[in-house]
Design a protein around this ligand. Structure first.
Ligand code: ADP
Ligand code: MG
Length: 294
């Protein structure tokens, strides 16, 4: 038998906890309000509808408390899916997609016409702030070829951030697909991790955040208990030299290093599988994942 009023007491306690969490967020809201944050969104968080929705909520909440979030998205699996549907088998050399003229067209369809629209729609279900862009728009991403054997795989040559600034002036949330344009008007597919850091540098963002499918950077790639919570650029150089980084973590770590060395205060690698990973990192005392500083 429960004592009279016990349920009400429990409800009050829960409410008190919620209020405490909101109050705890205040200094962080004060700190981040008015600042620019670049978020690379990819991997698992994108495929799971519930996680996609919690990501969208977080981005909208950030915007509502005065932060300027910008989303850069990947879409490797979606590109491979569309290729197969069109009867083309994806091919990789050293983890990089071989991209002939036909493939780069498919990449544009999958990223700009597909993934970009999905991310914009997910955000705009919570508040009509998101505007989708490709690197082609207003000359946002200038690309140069990486390696002739890979075809139209590009590196960032230059970012023209004016279009992003004007969207921020209107309190909108840019969502960027990572197609770049080369000197002759040719399109290139560019790694989204590299685009995120280039954009963060061009905007001199306060933070660059990678949402991925691991807790963060592991000292030993096969052992989750070796999560690196904080590391500076020199420490990260030393870790790279040990050869522990493989596959998808390589462009992320290189991008984090470039960002903090070129004016971005902090870069984070966070677990996008955790619901509301962005809120946890931004508005609570419990920082999660890996934080990289200069
Ligand atoms: P995303 O879609 O987020 O870019 P990637 O697959 O490209 O995901 O990169 C993340 C992957 O990098 C992880 O799933 C993991 O398998 C791999 N990885 C390689 N080395 C490490 C490391 N040292 N610490 C953590 N993850 C690592
Ligand atoms: Mg990747």
């Amino acid at each position: 038998m429960s004592a009279p009023g016990e349920g009400a007491t429990a409800a009050l306690e829960t409410a008190g906890l919620k209020a405490a969490i909101l109050a705890e967020a205040m200094p962080y809201i004060r700190e981040f309000s008015g600042q620019t944050v670049v978020i690379k969104y990819g991997g698992n968080a994108m495929d799971d509808p519930e996680l996609a929705d919690s990501f969208a909520q977080d981005v909208v909440l950030m915007r509502l408390v005065g932060i300027h979030p910008l989303v850069v998205h990947g879409g490797g699996p979606q590109i491979s899916d569309l290729m197969r549907r069109l009867g083309k088998e994806p091919e990789f050399v050293d983890g990089q997609r071989v991209t002939d003229a036909e493939t780069v067209d498919i990449v544009r369809m999958a990223l700009v016409g597909g993934v970009n629209r999905e991310v914009v729609a997910a955000i705009n279900r919570h508040g009509s702030f998101a505007v989708g862009l490709s690197g082609e728009d207003a000359g946002l991403i200038r690309a140069k070829p990486r390696d002739e054997h890979l075809g139209f795989v590009g590196d960032v040559d230059r970012i023209e951030p004016e279009i992003l600034r004007s969207l921020f002036r209107d309190d909108l949330i840019p969502v960027v697909a990572t197609i770049g344009v080369g000197a002759g008007g040719q399109h290139f597919n560019i790694n989204a991790d590299a685009v995120a850091s280039a954009v963060a540098e061009a905007l001199q963002a306060e933070k660059l955040v990678y949402l991925t499918n691991v807790h963060g950077l592991y000292r030993d790639a096969s052992d989750e208990s070796t999560l690196v919570s904080t590391v500076d650029a020199a420490g990260l150089d030393a870790l790279v030299a040990t050869g522990t980084l493989r596959e998808g973590m390589i462009p992320k770590v290189e991008s984090c290093l470039s960002a903090v060395r070129n004016g971005v205060a902090r870069a984070h690698i966070l677990d996008g599988r955790i619901p509301h990973a962005l809120l946890l990192e931004f508005f609570t005392r419990e920082g999660i994942g890996t934080m990289v500083t200069l």
